[in-house]
Each structure stands twice: as structure tokens, then as C-alpha cells.
Design a protein around this ligand. Structure first.
Ligand code: PEP
Length: 286
């Protein structure tokens, strides 16, 4: 099997692992002989990419160990969020320039926990996406329906609304600054389909459910490109990751779906042994 868009395996550590635990995780990864020959081969030309999205206090520790080990071609460090403004009175936030100063060029945006507990919206996710892409970041933008939306058959309507509002906000943000998102910017965007009912619950979308939602997102990008009146990420080349209780046991089945281009993984990314299994599973499909 081959994956035309490569495979990205991003571990979302949420509020876990300070700098000491981060160093310990990476040390164990090294002892487990990461990256194996097959992972190194798969990561050529960035076909396979690993990433860890660590708490803010652990970013620098992670980045410096990864640099020292020479792993930066295969394992990136990212932030779990970043604000759209470069600086200012935004207590508790991180910005693109602050992250760049410590060598971090990847950020997650619009995670459902940010939406659920911290009032983030499609609009703020869209502005963050646009701002970070325009600063040269790689961005993972999360979307996904909750349990009652799935049960009442509204999954596609919810995805459509989330994408529409996020990309409209992205466009407005760019226009207000006289900027434009080019294909080079869009090439750094991945969309994560994360059904909220599957996050941290042990309930995973079946490969059929994941493929159906991913294909819907890709088709939405294709159709909307003709009607939106502003540029959108290219349908065929934008990576769409699945997130929601991914484990080493179910990842291969999900990766077998043609429109699943990787995973955004919470719980199963916290232990080096299981993170390594996820990376190895991804390397098998490159
Ligand atoms: C996540 O944090 O985005 C996530 C999908 O978590 P989990 O894998 O634990 O469900």
C-alpha cells in the first residue's frame, strides 16, 4: 500500500509530561532504537512524519533532545495551541514568534478540549490557522462532531459548518492584514477529523466511519473551492488525520483507509513503547 500524501503521526500529550518526563520519554525512545531502519527509510522526503505536541513548559526540552539526537527529520515538536496575534495583552497565550524563538514551527489549533473548556470557536480556530500558516508554521486544524450530533445524523452538517466558519475566518483575518494564503502555506496544513465522542473514551470510529468522514471533508474542499470565492486548501493534497482513541491495535486498520493520512493520538502517545508502535505501523504503509 502507498499513501499519496504520506503519513503524519502526531502525539497530543495534553497536560502531561513536564520537561523531566519529556526527556525521559525521548531517552526511552532512543533505547528502543528509534528510529528503526524502516522508519528512517519511510521518513525520506518526509513521507513519514512523527510529531509530539507537548505542554508549553516542555517544548524547549523536547526540541533540544530531538536536535541533539539528530531526529528532527523524523520527529517534530509542536505546541498544543497558539494565538493569532504576534504579541500583546493575551494572558496565558503563546504566539508564533514566541514559539519560533525556541525553534518550534508546528501547532495544533481548535482541539475539541480547547473548544469545550476554553470557549474557542471555529472563528478563533480559523484566525489562528491563518496567522500561523502565514508565519510559516505547520498547522493541524481539528474538527469533529459530538455524540449527540453523530446520533442524530448531523455529522456532515457539523463538519461543513466547522470548515466553512474556520476558513471564512481565516480569509477575513488574512484580508484584514492585506495578506494572502498561497499553495506553499496550504501545503503546511493538515486537518484532523476528531469525533468528540471518540476522544479519550476508548470508542474509536470504525475504519468505515473514519473513511466516510474523511472523504466528506476532502469532497467538501473540492466543491467549496469552486464556490467559496477565496482560496481553500487543495482537496487532493491536504492531509486529513484521524483522532479519537487511536491505539497500536486499531491504527493499521484506520491507515488502510484511502483518505486517512495519519493520526492525532492522545493517550496512546504518552508511553514511548506505544508511540513507537504507532510510528512503526505508519512506516509499514509508506
Ligand atoms: C486527542 O487528544 O486529540 C485524542 C484523540 O485523544 P485520545 O487518542 O486519547 O482519544
Amino acid at each position: 500500500m502507498s499513501k499519496p500524501r504520506g503519513v503524519l503521526v502526531a502525539g497530543n500529550w495534553k497536560m502531561n509530561h513536564g520537561p523531566a518526563a519529556t526527556r525521559g520519554f525521548l531517552e526511552t525512545l532512543g533505547k528502543l532504537e528509534f528510529p528503526s531502519a524502516i522508519v528512517q527509510r519511510a521518513s525520506r522526503g518526509r513521507a513519514l512524519q512523527g510529531a509530539i505536541l507537548v505542554p508549553a513548559v516542555s517544548l524547549e526540552a523536547a526540541r533540544s533532545v530531538i536536535d541533539a539526537q539528530g531526529w528532527s527529520d523524523v520527529l517534530q515538536v509542536g505546541a498544543q495551541n497558539a494565538h493569532f496575534e504576534a504579541s500583546g495583552a493575551f494572558t496565558g497565550e503563546l504566539s508564533g514568534p514566541l514559539l519560533k524563538e525556541i525553534g518550534v514551527n508546528l501547532a495544533l489549533v481548535g482541539h475539541s478540549e480547547r473548544r469545550q473548556y476554553f470557549g474557542e470557536t471555529d472563528e478563533s480556530a480559523g484566525k489562528r490557522t491563518a496567522s500561523l500558516l502565514s508565519q510559516g508554521f505547520e498547522v493541524i486544524l481539528c474538527v469533529g462532531e459530538n455524540r449527540s450530533e453523530r446520533k442524530t445524523g448531523r455529522t456532515k452538517a457539523v463538519l461543513s459548518k466547522q470548515l466553512t466558519e474556520a476558513f471564512q475566518a481565516a480569509q477575513s483575518w488574512m484580508t484584514s492584514r492585506g495578506l494572502e494564503l498561497t499553495p506553499t502555506h496550504w501545503a503546511r496544513l493538515a486537518i484532523a477529523y476528531e469525533p468528540v465522542w471518540a476522544i479519550g473514551t476508548g470508542l474509536t470510529a470504525s475504519p468505515e466511519q473514519a473513511q466516510d468522514a474523511h472523504l466528506f471533508i476532502r469532497t467538501w474542499l473540492e466543491k467549496s473551492a469552486k464556490t467559496a470565492g477565496f482560496p481553500l486548501p487543495p482537496a487532493q493534497t491536504t492531509a486529513i488525520l484521524y483522532g479519537g482513541s487511536v491505539t497500536p491495535d486499531n491504527f493499521s486498520g484506520l491507515l488502510a483507509c484511502p483518505d486517512v493520512d495519519g493520526g492525532l493520538v492522545g493517550g496512546a502517545s504518552l508511553k514511548p513503547e506505544s508511540f513507537l508502535k504507532l510510528i512503526e505501523a505508519a512506516a509499514q504503509v509508506i
